[in-house]
Design a protein around this ligand. Structure first.
Ligand code: RIB
Ligand code: CA
Length: 313
């Protein structure tokens, strides 16, 4: 089976960084065609730099990294330094990247790649706000049917919200982009907080990363040491939820996850519930299903995969 071709769209972010490491550590299953940075956890100038830092940490400086949209489609940018720190990768100190940014805009890379690769062979993996993806779809509507699948981290149903009482951060930052993506007709698989809040980096799991004795292993441990304080304080959880690596783990071992094919709509008018993913989990409407919405994962299997792959770097 040839490796699956993907584009990772990301706002690193410690959890994005672990997701990128997992993808680059799995060349038998995944071919990373490129990484597109978007404003989200921190502004674009930092997300595009952080993406390159992570590629170098993975020993993959040849990976093309593109800068994308620096603000949501309509709303002002909301960032999350309170979770990820000022740099977006707080925890360990890492050197500035030597690898250059790839020339051109991320949106054009997404469009050009989907047009150049055979239809139905490229998977988009958004790990941040959906601004780049929605902008590409608006600029080139012909790419929608060419997308094999969009596997994204975002939204929530039972977990409701982490940035407001009703919205998850990635969707909240650019709800109009999210609405456009969920209406695009492309096959969508969603990793919501309902799943990622079960992927907690407990103390034994952090120690397993540290015990690898490798630089990437130590970085992952130090990122989670930093990143966990927000969720521990807010939810009293025994560790940081590794949100974004769930997207990549699904591509490698989909059987670790379970969910339902349901209708998901995005709130884009009420300020009270702006960015809410209104997921018809119980099938109480006749709205057509448009996404596979994950609800559970095998957490031990997920961490076994993640630790084994990080050990390869
Ligand atoms: O709500 C969690 C999501 O928001 C993750 O992708 C995290 O990196 C932030 O982007
Ligand atoms: Ca992210």
């Amino acid at each position: 089976m040839p490796p699956r071709k993907i584009i990772i769209d990301t706002d690193p972010g410690q959890d994005d960084a672990v997701a990128i490491l997992l993808a680059l550590a799995s060349p038998q299953e995944i071919e990373v065609l490129g990484i597109t940075a978007v404003a989200g956890n921190v502004p674009l100038a930092l997300t595009q730099k952080n993406a390159r830092i992570v590629c170098e940490l993975a020993g993959a400086p040849q990976t093309p990294v593109y800068a994308g949209c620096e603000a949501p489609l309509r709303r002002p940018l909301v960032t999350a330094e309170h979770v990820h720190g000022k740099t977006g990768l707080d925890g360990p100190v890492l050197p500035d990247p030597k690898m250059p940014l790839a020339p051109g805009h991320a949106v054009d890379f997404i469009i050009d790649t989907l047009r150049a690769e055979p239809a139905g062979t490229v998977t988009l993996c958004p790990l941040g706000p959906l601004t780049n993806i929605a902008t590409a779809l608006a600029k080139a509507p012909d790419i929608a049917p060419r997308i094999r699948e969009i596997v994204l981290m975002g939204g929530a149903y039972f977990q409701v919200g982490n940035i407001t009482p009703t919205a998850e951060f990635n969707i909240y930052v650019d709800p109009h982009a999210a609405a456009a993506v969920f209406a695009s007709g492309a096959p969508i698989t969603v990793m919501p907080l309902d799943v990622t809040h079960k992927a907690l980096v407990t103390a034994p799991r952090v120690e397993a990363f540290r015990a690898l004795g490798t630089h990437p292993g130590r970085m992952v441990a130090e990122w989670t040491d930093f990143f966990e304080r927000f969720d521990k304080e807010k939810y009293g959880s025994p560790g940081a939820p590794l949100h974004d690596p769930c997207v990549i783990a699904y591509l490698i071992r989909p059987e670790l996850f379970s969910g339902r094919f349901i209708n998901v709509e995005i709130e884009t008018t009420s300020e009270l519930t702006m960015g809410m993913t209104v997921a018809d989990w119980w099938g109480v409407t006749d709205r057509p299903a448009n996404a596979t919405f994950m609800g559970d994962l095998d957490a031990d299997g997920f961490f076994a995969l993640l630790t084994e792959r990080i050990a390869r770097l």
